[in-house]
Design a protein around this ligand. Sequence first.
Ligand code: PLP
Length: 257
Amino acid sequence: MKTSLTIAGSDSSGGAGIQADIKTMLANNVYGMSAITALTAQNTMGVTGIMEVTPEFLQQQLDSVFTDIYPDAVKIGMVSSPQLIETIAENLSKYEAKNIVVDPVMIATSGADLIQEEAVSALKEGLLPIATVLTPNIPEAAVLAGMPVNNDDDMIEAAKILSNAYGCAVLLKGGHSKTHANDLLYSNDQYRWFKGERIDNPNTHGTGCTLSSAIASHLANGHDLETSIKFAKDYVTGALRDMLDLGSGDGPLNHGW
Ligand code: PLP
C-alpha cells in the first residue's frame, strides 16, 4: 500500500486539519500518517485556542516517520511559526521527500488567523521552493503573489508569478470567486482550468485540507499531477454534494460519502 504524510494542525472538530487529511487519505486508498504542528481547540463556530508543538518535537515526529514508514507523498497544511516551517524545510530536503503538496493555510474558513505574520516569508523561502504543487485559495494567492486577485486574468497572473518565482506548479483554487468554482493550474509556463461545479452548501469546513490531501494521495498512488487534481476535485465535489450538516455553525463536508 502506498503511504502519505500530513504535516499540519489538529482540528478538534474533525472537519479540517490532520483529521480531514487522514480521513481523506483513507478514502483515497493510501495509508495516512501525521506529524502535528499544533493543536487547535475549535468547533463549527470557531477556533478558541492554538497550542503549537516545539520545533524539537516536530523534528522527533518527522524522524520517526521518515526513518520507518517512508511516505510516498507529503501534504503540508497549517504551520504557524517560522521555526516550524524551517524544521519542515530542512527535514524534507534531508529525507529527499517527494510529491510535496503545500497548502498555504493562513485563515480558517471561520475567519481565525492560523499563521503568524513572520511565517509568511519563511513559507516563501523554505517551503515554496521544494513544493511539487502549491494550492492557495484566492486570498492566499493575493498575499503570496503581492497583488489583488479579482478576476480570472488576475488568477492567471498571480499563479504565473508564484510558479515562476518558486519553480513549482500552482493550483489556484477558485472557490472564493463570486462567479465560478474553477481552479487554475499553472505549471511549466502553461495553464489549464479545471472546471468545478459550484455546490450550494454552507458546510465547507476543511475543503482546502481535503483537496490538498486528496491530491497527495493520488500522487502517492502514482498518478501524474493533472490526473491527481482531477480525481481530488471529484472527491471534494462528492464530499460537498453529500450535504452533511453537523454542529451549530458551518460544518464539515462528508469525507466518507
Ligand atoms: N488546518 C487546521 C488545523 C484548521 O483548523 C483549519 C481551519 O480551521 C485549516 C487547516 C483550514 O481549513 P480549510 O480546509 O477549511 O481551509
